[in-house]
Write a protein that binds this ligand. Sequence first.
Ligand code: BEZ
Length: 221
Amino acid sequence: MPGILLGDVFPNFEADTTAGWIKFHEFLGNSWGILFSHPRDFTPVCTTELACAAKIEHEFKKRGVKMIALSIDSVEDHKHWSKDVMAFNDDAGSPLPFPIIADDNRELSVQLGMLDPDEKDKDGLPLTARCVFVVGPDKKLKLSILYPATTGRNFDEILRVIDSLQLTAQKKVATPVDWKPGDKVMVIPSLSDAEAASLFPHGMTTKDLPSGKNYLRYTQL
Ligand code: BEZ
């Protein structure tokens, strides 16, 4: 069964891209990475997504995350399409600030389990779904999100989860529903109250629950 699971080392694939030939791990270096796939070049939803990603590239850079896109067309198509994307952003003439992988033989899309069986091209071949893979500096998969071709992604949410991933990689906390940077976080269940008291100088608040179990423990970092 092709695909990749949380905690797996992301394949060190080789591919042709709009920035030349890459080996994925070398491309990432010691950075975090995000790989997001698109069904096809010159399609409307994909164009809005790539344009959004280009507009907020500085937000990924600020977080030390290297960006790379993928679509099942050629480098030549990607380069032409990139011009449309930047024009959509009213930034015609500027280069797309991240490379796009050419997966025109669908090899990588199959290996990473990215094909959407419900969306086919005119020849009946499946298109790529809208996958998001976030890879840590240890090259392991930290997050994957899979949307069908017909639903565009929300890049604010992608930045939000990267903030959570980077925070929880450093501290023994978890982020609750709709968490945003600066909000209170939750102390993870595996930590005793005594351990939490020594780790979190701002203390901890616990919400009383009918079960009497003190598992809803918040702290402010
Ligand atoms: C799009 O990007 O607009 C799209 C691509 C494939 C299927 C449906 C929509």
